[in-house]
Design a protein around this ligand. Structure first.
Ligand SMILES: Nc1ncnc2c1ncn2[C@@H]1O[C@H](COP(=O)(O)OP(=O)(O)OP(=O)(O)O)[C@@H](O)[C@H]1O
Length: 314
């Protein structure tokens, strides 16, 4: 089980430059590095173009062969159970090793997800977009849970949102089978961190993380304060208090309370309740007040009009 802090991971691994041709040692696939997409605790991800084609992919080079292999195993298993009704969870394209100097670097190629992390998306577009992004995220989780999987390391950085609020989960390194131990987690979003339950992978573990992600997105500083308490005093009561205090969270509070107490039957129910909740939320129209000068101008024009009529008819 791996715990991650909330700070950005600094790594001693330097990235390889754009223009490098990555050639797979065993399968011979050739990918031209275009730019760095991101770097995490488990590896570095590049945007690559498949040589001789216009196809763009994301290529992840792992720091640790075993860690990367377990991520690949999950992706393969998801691919195997792919169900036409569900969203396309399978995006693994190729797995191989790359020789760089005297080192063998394991990598895999996956679909390139064009989007930005949830926090960046909401900062740019506004918190009200959480309604749609949240709904789409619950849909993805429901599909994963139906297959007997639990995402585990659900956090804003692992949720990429496209321009229209469509959502893709990335980083399947933390995915566990239902009933097993959660493989990887990040403290704020972890049920254990808030003394709210164990780290056995179940759908409720993801609901809990989802609820904390919402709290983080709409009440970051309050969450930070609560998280900085002594570990033994942290509890779900702190999260409930934030929901009651933060006006932006109030419309979501019934749903969030149910999620942190693991009160749904299954993720479809969580999805349906979220859908009902967002459809009932009042649409906030910005009411523009008439400026004072306009009111005075109107009164003067009215007065002049009345005078003109009086003078004409006299
Ligand atoms: N398929 C993808 N399409 C586009 N960008 C991606 C894709 N996969 C990963 N990224 C980018 O690369 C970054 C690092 O990827 P990833 O989260 O898989 O690495 P990690 O080492 O497992 O990170 P973490 O420490 O969060 O677990 C992501 O935050 C994201 O910005």
């Amino acid at each position: 089980m791996k715990e991650k802090g909330c700070s950005v991971t600094t790594s001693y691994r330097t990235s390889i430059p754009a223009g490098t041709l990555v050639t797979g040692r065993w399968r011979g696939g050739r990918y031209l590095v275009q730019r760095l997409l991101g770097q995490g605790a488990n590896g570095i991800v590049y945007l690559v173009q498949q040589a001789g084609t216009r196809n763009l992919y994301a290529l992840k080079m792992g720091y640790d062969a075993l860690d990367l292999q377990s991520e690949i195993n999950v992706l393969k298993a998801l691919q195997g159970q792919h169900n036409a009704e569900d969203r396309d969870l399978s995006y693994l394209v190729e797995v191989d090793d790359f020789t760089l100097g005297d080192r063998e670097i394991p990598f895999y190629v996956m679909r390139y997800v064009k989007g930005e992390p949830l926090s960046k998306f909401l900062t740019r577009r506004g918190g009200q977009w959480l309604d749609l992004a949240g709904l789409n995220l619950l849909k993805q989780l429901a599909a994963l849970h139906k297959g007997g999987w639990v995402f585990g390391d659900l956090k804003p950085d692992n949720v990429l949102v496209s321009a229209y609020g469509d959502v893709e989960l990335i980083d399947y390194g933390g995915v566990s089978q239902n009933g097993r131990s959660v493989k990887q987690f990040t403290e704020w979003y972890d049920r254990g961190f808030w003394n709210a339950g164990g780290r056995t992978a179940d759908a409720a573990y993801d609901w809990f993380s989802f609820a904390v992600v919402c709290i983080h997105m709409l009440a970051e500083s309050r969450l930070k304060t609560a998280a900085n308490q002594l570990p033994q005093t942290r509890s779900t009561a702190d999260l409930v208090q934030i929901m009651n205090q933060e006006p932006r969270l109030r419309p979501y509070s019934n749903w969030l309370k149910k999620a942190i107490s693991g009160g749904f039957e299954h993720t479809d129910e969580a999805y349906e309740m979220w859908k009902r909740m967002i459809s009932r939320k009042p649409v906030r129209h910005s009411v523009r007040r008439t400026p004072g000068w306009l009111k005075s101008a109107f009164a003067i024009s009215l007065f002049l009009l009345v005078c003109a009529i009086y003078l004409t008819l006299r």
